[in-house]
Design a protein around this ligand. Structure first.
Ligand SMILES: [Mn+2]
Length: 308
């Protein structure tokens, strides 16, 4: 069985259809059908930002339910769950706060699905069934960071097929709990706090004091070595030593790992011979990107397929 790992779609149904076509998938009455002995693996973040989010979810969901695909949970699906789940101590509040920032990040989804609609709740119930990490034998996939202790914790609490229940959600939104650290790590990646007085403005115009780190980077020494920021912001990243206890610092061994999440820019390329990021900013002007995998243990940059 070969796998086509597909990056963050963020409601870009046109790019999704173009990519599936380019990969040789065929649209039939019951949904898209892969070429013989292949399966699509979506690395998460189906929703938020783009113009046709409901269509994207329905397309992917149909493929999953027909056994043509697997889909991981991204941070945007996890946020969508928390957005509608009541807070256990405060019945007027939700696990994910309805702050102006959180509402604006989710506004397009709410507008398209209908805020408070039955459809919104139906889609969220499906999001709860999405796995956080997939070990497919010769390859692995996670939305943002394959960190084995976090994979183990979540696999223990949510064994395959068990949807995320309220107990798990309450723990996962309890800041600092093992469940919260695991969910943040798997879906948002490794983030490190910048030294005092340092910050930068992210792609969404929000001032950030934590920066996403290249957890796959072997031999990294400074913040600048690992910071994932736009090229024009790299000189704002300090060259001082990484904090003690830094959890990244590859190299990644074992089977290859496929990820999304990181808003990469430019021409799709491998992160290492074992790590491929498939998020090349399809939510904005970038293409939707897949990696066509046929069992190889050393990844090949010529196997990226981009559309849109
Ligand atoms: Mn993401």
């Amino acid at each position: 069985m070969g796998f086509d790992f597909i990056g963050d779609i963020h409601g870009q149904a046109g790019k999704l259809e173009a990519l599936l076509r380019k990969l040789g998938y065929v649209e039939k009455a019951g949904g898209w059908v892969p070429p013989y002995l292949r399966k699509a693996i979506f690395v998460g973040d189906l929703i938020d930002r783009g113009p046709e989010q409901v269509k994207v979810v329905k397309t992917v969901r149909a493929m999953v339910e027909n056994g043509r695909a697997l889909a991981l949970m991204g941070n945007h699906e996890f946020n969508a769950i928390g957005f509608v789940t009541q807070h256990p101590q405060d019945p007027t509040a939700f696990l994910r706060r309805h702050s102006p920032k959180n509402i604006s990040l989710h506004a397009e989804f709410l507008r398209q699905v209908g805020c408070g609609s039955a459809l919104q709740l139906e889609l969220v119930e499906w999001f709860k069934t999405l796995p956080l990490a997939l070990d497919l034998g010769g390859a692995r996939a996670v939305h943002a960071w394959w960190h084995q202790p976090y994979v183990d914790l979540v696999t223990r609490q949510l064994p395959s097929g068990k949807p995320m229940d309220e107990d798990f959600l309450h723990a996962a939104y309890n800041r600092g709990s093992p469940e919260c650290l695991a969910m943040e790590g798997l879906t948002k990646g490794l983030e490190i706090r910048l030294p005092p007085g340092r910050s930068f403005v992210d792609h969404g115009g929000i001032e950030r004091y934590d920066v996403r780190a290249k957890w796959w980077e072997g031999g990294a020494r400074s913040y600048r070595d690992v910071a994932i920021v736009g090229a024009h912001q790299l000189d704002r990243m300090p060259e001082c030593e990484l904090p003690p206890g830094y959890l990244g610092g590859g190299p990644i061994n074992g089977t290859p790992v496929f990820i999304g999440h990181y808003w990469m820019e430019g021409t799709p390329h491998l992160q290492t011979s074992k790590v491929a990021c498939l998020d090349w900013s399809a939510a904005k002007a970038g293409p939707l990107v897949a990696y066509r995998w046929d069992g190889e243990q050393e990844l090949d940059g010529a196997r990226f397929v981009a559309a849109g």
